[in-house]
Design a protein around this ligand. Structure first.
Ligand code: BG6
Length: 487
């Protein structure tokens, strides 16, 4: 494959952090291996660690051994990748420490520069200020901001304001890696590449929609970040609301970044706010207690290293909301996410209405469902009713698989592969615009406010279950239940 990308320098700030080591280099490696990066494309790590290039490469070797299968890492491919790597230590707050970086970038002043800030959002403004002070921001530069941007509407607003004193909005790429996942892209094609679904895609035919992002992992050494963030800010504010936007938006007239983002913004603005005592009725929060995963004991959230003994941070949220517009009037959207749940399973379920009248006996007929599975396996499945072979008129569920057969595919690109390429290429469609981000925070804020003023506690759930019982009750009150998600 020959590359159509411009020559670039990508600077990964936070180069020795967990996300970079687990996801970013791996993503760049695969794109390099598949010939998608131009020969003149450098990857410059920058972080506080006082390493030289060899020390950094040793670190990459170690993480690659863990995260990239050996059979995908041929010696020649890997060496070709390493030849692109450089490293320079910086202290985010000390602009003087960016000299080494400045010297490296000065070697190629005309290249596209991508500053990928894989750090906490408190560092975004200081880093951008130093980049500006040293004159490192060229017209061909972009900055990628990891989520979550801020911890509240006010915080996000302030960070955006400061970043935008250094970069223009079209240079700012706020990442939400769920938008880069293959099935999410596929959902856009399914919706807007077929007349069939779009004509059924509204309240006349849809009963309700569920979005679940369930993890079986716990907080995994990220307590410092997680304990003042929680599931609502970490997952609902970003990933789940972005998924909801892709499900619910109107057909955009093109895939241009602003056109798509305008439609997503309209969805966020139409979300019915959950305020005051409605928060107690429509939002369930939970925190995991000790339990067992695969037969091995795991501690309660409060006993995780770095978590306060009396922490009320929620590790689970389930909620019910509505989108107040013509298409979705009075159709419930149920969102659910949590850590240490029964298993890793992320999916969107579009539950269609029952047939208005059944000539086969209603009990035999299940309503149609479209299931978009993100994890652990990726698939899109349409559940229909069909006839069971035989002389009688017996009905059975039919599962139609609507995605490409992945058997024999050597590697399905990860979300970060797609998003890094887009950032280098300057395509912002799959990144979040400032107004979208702030609209999402605005919607989340009354929920956090209620929790703070109410002083209550999250419901407890045993690790490896599906969350507090109140989550099941949220749907049971509406005569519905969460999809069990077939294995
Ligand atoms: C991140 C969250 O954005 O997404 C993590 O900060 C979470 O807490 C992760 O574990 C989930 O991503 P994925 O792609 O593994 O579902």
């Amino acid at each position: 494959m020959s590359s159509s990308l411009p020559d670039f320098d990508i600077v990964i700030v936070g180069a020795t952090g967990d996300l970079a080591l687990r996801k970013l280099y791996k993503a760049l490696y695969y794109r390099c291996r598949d010939g998608q990066l131009p020969a003149a494309g450098r990857i410059i790590g920058a972080s506080r660690a006082e390493l030289d290039r060899d020390g950094f490469i040793a670190m990459l070797e170690e993480s690659a051994a863990q995260y990239i299968p050996d059979e995908h890492r041929g010696a020649e491919d890997w060496q070709r990748f390493l030849s692109r790597i450089d490293y320079t230590p910086i202290d985010a707050f000390d602009c003087g420490s960016y000299r080494g970086l400045a010297d490296r970038l000065a070697e190629h002043p005309d290249r596209v520069r991508v500053f990928y800030l894989s750090t906490g959002s408190k560092l975004f403004a200081p880093i951008c200020n130093c980049l500006r002070e040293l004159g490192l921001i060229t017209p061909q530069s972009r900055v990628v901001l990891e989520k979550p941007v801020g911890n509240s509407l006010e915080g996000a607003h302030e960070i955006n304001r400061q970043v935008l004193e250094c970069f223009s909005e079209d240079q700012v790429f706020r990442i939400d890696h769920y938008l880069g996942k293959e099935p999410v892209q596929n959902l856009m094609v399914l919706r807007f590449g077929n007349t069939m679904f779009e004509s059924l895609w509204h309240q006349s035919y849809i009963d309700h929609i569920q979005v679940t992002v369930a993890e079986n992992l716990g907080v995994e050494g990220r307590a410092g970040f997680y304990d003042h963030t929680g599931a609502l800010r970490d997952m609902i504010q970003s990933h789940l609301l972005q998924l909801l936007c892709i499900i619910a938006m109107e057909p955009p007239p093109s895939t241009d970044p602003d056109v798509v983002r305008d439609e997503k913004l309209k969805v966020l603005r139409s979300l019915r706010p959950i305020t005051g005592s409605d928060v107690d009725r429509f939002v369930v929060r939970g925190q995991y207690q000790a339990g067992a995963v695969d037969g091995k004991p795991v501690p309660s959230y409060r006993d995780e290293p770095g978590v306060a003994d009396d922490s009320n941070t929620e590790t689970f949220v389930a909620l019910k909301t509505y989108i107040d517009n013509w298409r979705w009037a009075e159709i419930p959207f149920y969102l659910r996410t949590g850590k240490r749940l029964a298993r890793r399973m992320s999916e969107i379920v579009i539950q269609f209405r029952h047939v208005p009248f059944s000539i086969f006996g209603r009990s035999e007929l299940n309503a149609n469902r479209l299931i978009i599975r993100l994890q652990p396996n990726e698939e899109i499945r349409l559940q229909l009713s069909g006839k069971r072979i035989g002389t009688g008129m017996r009905v059975r569920d039919l599962q139609l698989h609507l995605d490409e057969d992945q058997r024999g595919v050597d590697h399905v690109p990860d979300a970060y592969e797609r998003l890094l390429i887009d950032a280098i290429d300057g395509r912002a469609t799959l990144f979040v615009r400032r107004d979208e981000l702030e609209a999402a925070w605005r919607w989340v804020e009354p929920i956090t406010a209620r929790w703070e003023e109410d002083g209550g506690q999250p419901g407890r759930y045993v690790a490896s279950t599906w969350g507090p019982t109140a989550a099941a009750a949220l749907l049971a009150r509406d005569n519905r239940e969460w999809d069990a998600g077939a294995d």
